[in-house]
Design a protein around this ligand. Structure first.
Ligand SMILES: [Zn+2]
Ligand SMILES: [Zn+2]
Ligand SMILES: [Zn+2]
Length: 313
């Protein structure tokens, strides 16, 4: 049981008394339908738009003290199906152009609620990083008549050095162009643009690869490994046949006790400095078992992180 009252725990009065997985409308929603009146008035130069959209919390499990890698495959499959169902609902909501499914995990990422959960934003615009990825995929397709992600997959599987886990339908690897030392991308091998196109065996394989990747993370240093996880899917309005569904994990740890910070060059210039080699970090991740074997320290990474954070001028 949690030490403090948790709205996501059964019995809180805020969620059903019994659930497996559950969509909970965010109490502090950044986006809503109908949106509130904008707090300030814009003009042609400083433009202002209402915060139209949806902000969901996805509760992964009723148990307060568990996490994605600890869930059974059967339970993870419920989660995958819920993501997919909600994606389709939000996709069909008028005015929505992008459905962003993500998870922030760990106190060092700023998560205040340790109960295992992720989030979904349904946005009236395509987020800028996705715009950029889409533009790159579109121009690659135009120039080479094929999907850039399928090409990445082909090269990664032929090379093999950066692959950390693979099953019948998915490949997980540290990308050649990793910005974070332990960044991992998960690609379905079939060219699908979104969760909606997943076949039943792909849902199961997806649950399995997510469990493997996150378990490897936990087993790497024996701590509940913080990360940001995002699903990159095609926008929900229009056709994007050149896009290829994938998941990107960005863990902030550089080592057991050191975090990577987005400092001046990353934040102010948009240039990521990564002093590690994808080929070396992938070897470390490939070597750890994707099974829960080690004792995992909970919340310990925060205690480790704070001295580094306070030292930063
Ligand atoms: Zn809870
Ligand atoms: Zn593809
Ligand atoms: Zn991406």
């Amino acid at each position: 049981m949690p030490t403090e009252w948790c709205p996501f725990c059964p019995g809180s009065g805020r969620v059903p008394d019994r659930y497996d997985v559950h969509i909970y409308p965010n109490d502090f929603a950044a986006f809503s339908i109908p949106p509130p009146e904008p707090a300030i008035e814009g003009d042609a130069f400083y433009r202002v738009a209402p915060s139209y959209g949806r902000a969901d919390v996805v509760l992964y499990h009723p148990d307060h003290n568990t996490s994605l890698p600890e869930l059974s495959l059967g339970h993870l499959l419920l989660l995958v199906r819920l993501w997919r169902k909600r994606f389709v609902e939000l996709k069909n909501t008028p005015g929505i152009r992008y459905v962003l499914i993500f998870e922030n995990k760990g106190a060092v990422i700023g998560v205040t609620m340790p109960h295992p959960h992720g989030q979904i934003y349904a946005l009236p615009f395509i987020p800028p990083r996705l715009e950029k990825e889409l533009a790159a995929a579109r121009s690659y397709r135009r120039a080479h008549r094929r999907c850039v992600f399928c090409e990445v997959l082909k090269r990664e599987r032929r090379d093999g050095r950066r692959i950390i886990a693979e099953n019948a339908d998915f490949t997980a690897f540290v990308p050649f162009f990793a910005r974070w030392p332990f960044e991992v991308h998960v690609y379905p091998r079939r060219h699908v643009v979104s969760l909606e196109e997943f076949r039943p065996h792909e849902e199961t394989a997806f649950a399995e690869i997510l469990k493997w990747v996150t378990m490897k993370y936990d087993n790497l240093y024996g701590l509940s490994f913080p990360y940001m996880m995002l699903m990159h899917q095609a926008p929900t309005a229009g056709q994007f046949p050149y896009f290829h569904f994938h998941v990107e994990f960005y863990p902030p740890h550089r080592s057991r006790d050191k975090l990577k910070y987005l400092a001046s060059v990353e934040t102010g210039a948009g240039t990521f400095l990564n002093d590690s080699l994808a080929e070396e970090k992938s070897k470390e991740l490939a070597a750890v078992a994707p099974r829960r074997r080690v004792e995992v320290r909970r919340g310990a990474s925060n205690a480790h992180a704070s001295p580094h954070r306070s030292r930063r001028p």
